[in-house]
Design a protein around this ligand. Structure first.
Ligand SMILES: *Cc1c(COP(=O)(O)O)cnc(C)c1O
Length: 519
């Protein structure tokens, strides 16, 4: 039954008709049945979609889709979720990018697991807010258990803590904020004369590899540091930070009276899935007394995998970023930042009379807002909770191991295929490669052909792949996060790429031949 079945009659109520209608959409005990049928209807349409989708994308362009979105009059409501869902088909569901499709191979978006989606439905309906106990109660305890669980997997000790965030970028920002304020505190403590924070900021530096995520630089800027604050450390052939170069930079900074507020190591670079040598980096940080942040936004899946050893050394970090919405098969958003020493969280603790007065902390009432840079915050932890309670950590680990295995198989395919060249042998689940014309070609043409192949593939909707640059040249990238993607799918997409690339090359050759020769 769709709702409202019939217009409610404004009889005894003094409220105007529209207000009555509006109240019928509020979720409460009177509307529980309406809620159940409306949500079920929405779920049903997604289920039908999932069953029917035969390509990851329809290939629609913004120009073709925009008029349909613009044409909708937002001041004329449809009054009924079913009608709005009908309308949504043409502006969203029909042309959405479907990450569950086995030929979606582009970014770090995963297909999601059902227990987490159930959690999502529960958390948005109950709508707990994680800032204070009096807005979340059990949610606070569940989030804390999951923080402890993750910290334990990392190998942190009992002093560890953490908080769920909106994503890896926010986790990195918060970790850098804690590192910055710890660095300032130490500099102030050791200074002979009193130093104000603004006087210290220009001396702060962050060392991170050239393959690290751009959110490090963005975070540094948000923290009031200049563009010179982030020093890029070169990588080796496998796109892992060179520790010799790191040691040199640490020394150079010390000589120049600069303060390295953090070394950021990446456990799973976004492009290559490469893992920086964590034990060696931890040694250098320990010697220099420097905060070590490990960005495991992508590689965190290893925490539950049979390849856990690839993260050895992560337990020596001061802070760690994990993105459950990447390698734990969770819906966006689900991420956390973990710290080895909970005391460092005080740098984001502020008290507000209306929300979390200091006396609450004294009364040991747990307030998550004391550790977050957000205030009102989603109960995203529930998704991971449901996942662990239904599938267990090993279930997630198996799924992640499967995509890592698949990437290894994909590398074999690429490495043996004369049409392509592949950059590194993957540690995780990405493959960076490019099409090379059979007779060779100049670099500009090779770039053009690869860019074209990616765009043509996207426009066809048959598959979606990503692209990136290596040493200034354009490459293609597969990010494998779907255990349903087979080697046959990968081989098929490689054929499609070669076809588009070959056609582009042929067209280029034809126009070159028809052009009158310059003498
Ligand atoms: C994706 C990614 C981030 C950013 O995470 P978001 O959840 O997209 O904000 C940070 N670091 C690495 C290594 C990543 O792969």
């Amino acid at each position: 039954m769709s709702f409202p079945a019939e217009p409610a009659e404004a009889t005894t109520e003094s409220a105007p008709q529209t207000a009555l209608d509006a109240r019928s959409h509020l979720l409460n005990r009177a509307t529980a049945e309406h809620y159940r049928s409306s949500v079920a209807d929405g779920v049903d349409r997604v289920a039908v979609k999932l069953a029917r989708v035969d390509r990851p994308f329809t290939g629609i362009t913004p120009d073709r889709l925009a008029p349909a979105v613009s044409a909708i009059d937002l001041d004329r409501p449809l009054g009924d979720p079913a009608a709005a869902l009908d309308e949504l088909e043409s502006v969203y569901l029909r042309d959405a990018i479907y990450f569950h499709h086995p030929r979606y191979l582009a970014h770090l978006n995963c297909p999601v697991v059902i227990p987490a989606v159930v959690g999502e439905a529960v958390l948005s309906a109950v709508n707990s807010s994680m800032d204070t106990w009096d807005q979340s109660a059990g949610g606070t305890l569940i989030e804390r258990r999951l923080v402890d669980w993750t910290a334990e997997r990392i190998g942190f000790g009992r002093a560890a803590d953490g908080i769920f965030t909106s994503g890896g970028s926010q986790s990195n920002l918060q970790a850098l904020l804690l590192a910055r304020d710890e660095a300032c505190r130490i500099v102030q403590k050791n200074a002979e004369t009193s130093l104000r924070k603004p006087e210290i900021l220009p001396r702060l530096r962050i060392l991170t590899s050239e393959a690290s995520h751009f959110s490090i630089t963005k975070g540094a800027t948000l923290l009031g540091l200049g563009p010179e604050a982030v020093i890029s450390v070169p990588c080796d052939h496998d796109k892992r930070m060179q520790t010799v170069a790191l040691a040199r930079e640490l020394e150079r900074c010390a000589e120049q009276d600069l303060v390295v507020m953090a070394v950021v190591a990446t456990a799973g670079t976004t492009d290559f899935g490469s893992i920086d040598p964590l034990p060696e980096i931890a040694d250098l940080c320990e010697r220099a007394g420097t905060w070590l942040h490990v960005d495991a936004a992508y590689g965190c899946g290893l925490l539950v995998s049979r390849r856990r050893h690839l993260l050895d050394g992560i337990e020596r970090a001061d802070s760690v970023t994990v993105d459950y919405h990447k390698s734990f098969f969770q819906p966006v958003s689900s991420s956390a930042v973990l710290v080895r020493d909970r005391e460092t969280m005080r740098h984001v603790t502020y008290y507000a009379d209306y929300l979390n007065p200091a006396r609450m902390a004294e009364n040991r009432i747990p307030n998550q807002v004391d550790k977050s840079i957000q205030t009102t915050r989603r109960f995203d932890a529930l998704k991971l909770w449901m996942t662990l309670r239904v599938m267990g950590a090993d279930g997630i680990g198996e799924l992640f191991d499967e995509v890592v295995d698949r990437a290894a198989g994909g590398w074999e395919l690429l490495n043996e295929d004369p049409r392509f060249e592949v950059v590194t042998r993957p540690q995780l689940s990405t493959l960076v490669f490019r099409y090379v014309p059979p007779a060779g070609a100049d670099p500009v043409l090779t770039d053009r052909i690869n860019l074209h192949a990616r765009e043509a593939l996207f426009a066809s909707g048959d598959a979606i792949v990503a692209g990136t640059k290596v040493d200034g040249r354009h490459y293609l990238k597969f990010t494998l996060l779907n255990p349903e993607t087979t080697l046959a799918d990968i081989a098929h997409v490689l054929d499609l790429i070669a076809e588009h690339a070959g056609r582009c090359l042929a067209e280029h050759t034809a126009t070159e031949l028809s052009r009158p020769r310059a003498s």
